[in-house]
Write a protein that binds this ligand. Sequence first.
Ligand code: ATP
Ligand code: MG
Length: 568
Amino acid sequence: MRWSKSCIPTLKENPHEAEIPSHRLMLRAGLVKKLTSGIYTFLPLGFRVLKKIERIVREEMDAIGCQEVLMPILHPTDIYEESGRLKSFGPELFKLADSKKRTFALGPTHEEVITMVARDTMRSYRDLPQCMYQILIKFRDEIRPRYGVIRAREFIMKDAYSFHVDDESLDLTYRDMAKAYSKIIERCGLNYRMVEAESGYIGGDESHEFMVLAGNGESEILSCTCGYAVNLERAAARRPPEPEGDGNGKQPYREVETPGMTTVEDVSTFLKVEPAALVKTLLYRSGERDIAVLVPGDREVNDIKLVRVIDDPDIRFLEPREIETLTGGPVGFSGPVGLPGGTVIYADNLIKTYTEMIVGANKADHHLAGVRAGRDFSIDHFEDFVWAREGDLCPLCDKSMTLHSGVEVGHIFKLGSKYSASMNAVFLDEKGESRPYVMGCYGFGVSRMVAAAIEQHHDGDGIIWPETITPFQLLILPVNVNDRKIFETASRFERELEDHGLEVLLDDRDLSPGVKFKDADLIGIPLRLTIGKKLKEGKVELFHRGTHHIEEVPLDRAKATIMERFAV
Ligand code: ATP
Ligand code: MG
């Protein structure tokens, strides 16, 4: 392929709208063009990468016996009413009406559609298990589209769904799918972690995400050398027990004056103790209940965990007035000692390691030191409430975990019977009784993967494509297209290597070598054949984009050297 005849609109300048390298480089290397917020055209270079990723995904899905299908993009909204998801999707669902005023949505995901297919076609346990996938555009009106194709409003997803008679059968497919996802990402040449994850609005019992490690990923992960990894949203906070306080429990707690000190920082500095020696008492209202949640002074509550433990998405902080009424003291001085009966006291699991603690005194300008749970107040429930952090212990092997950021490229879920029960999707079991399917669903962000690869593989000059997904395998760069000998040699390499099945881009533009080298680095083809002045001495250069290594090769060896490298 010739560059002069291709639409590869490289840009010299960084577009201001782009905040992270992959977004900048996708625009600058002419891989995509924005139509409007979160909506992009894949131009020829970008499309070639997309197709390669798609091919790898397809091969790995086919290899585990998942069947390819194609479902509609237009969904009547009734199906979301049936599954109960109209509300949970909320504004993310793109809606439109047909000429008869019937409302439709542009498919954000296809659990409903596939469940309707299954209930009409897989009626007996003999028809199960089945697994189906498609590679299709999805539409989600993201509240904040950003980072180019990473969080787009229209994007390409591979989504698969499986139907089973029981959990054991689901387990087998879930495991196959996890292995297939690992293979896909490895074949794309990327470093990743499979992490325990939250299920979000898709719902279900268990889920894992596949995170491509990259400096600017939207997701944070804690991972351990033993192989365990977890999304920070979900990670349990665990640290080595460091008992606070060394009293024998005979000394009563004492009141200390802490004038005007409402923050952990103020109090710990004033009392010359670590912030962790303090325990914060956070007061909430859930329905009719007043709830106190105790957490170490150096930790923050993770709202996702709070909502899950209390099982109330509407839980809220008490207002300052309500705090005064409940505790008798102002905001900033709340504590668990002497709270009115009926207040449910929860504590984070980390509080189990405390023998003594410093807490608010429920009285202005005072704290209590040497307080003991069990003696001075009682904890009703221990749960996991706070954000974990780097250095927290692995739940499997107790080693310290490390924090990484990553781009989520895949998410697999065990759905159980969530959709089949609400949509009355049942099969007849061996005894002739009807039971809802046990289901799994498995998403992979094909277009997001293009950006994830760049986010992991780039340098100051541009993209460095992994060999399996590079838009072209070889870039031929004649430094001067007006030099007949140089250009003829370049064209001969192009023809001969293409005949051997190599994907070659020939930069036949009549531009200065400087501009062409810059563009070459930017678009990041891993191997470049430069044909320049040394041709007179019978030599050409092979440049390796990843290592910047330059190999001088005799003209008559060049073709063989390149072909050996690609084993063609
Ligand atoms: P997120 O938490 O990032 O919003 P999600 O939970 O909504 O993701 P899923 O519904 O599980 O994502 O979608 C499966 C995969 O589709 C994701 O792992 C991701 O790779 C991709 N994906 C999801 N939303 C987008 C988007 N707005 N733009 C591009 N890819 C996306
Ligand atoms: Mg989302």
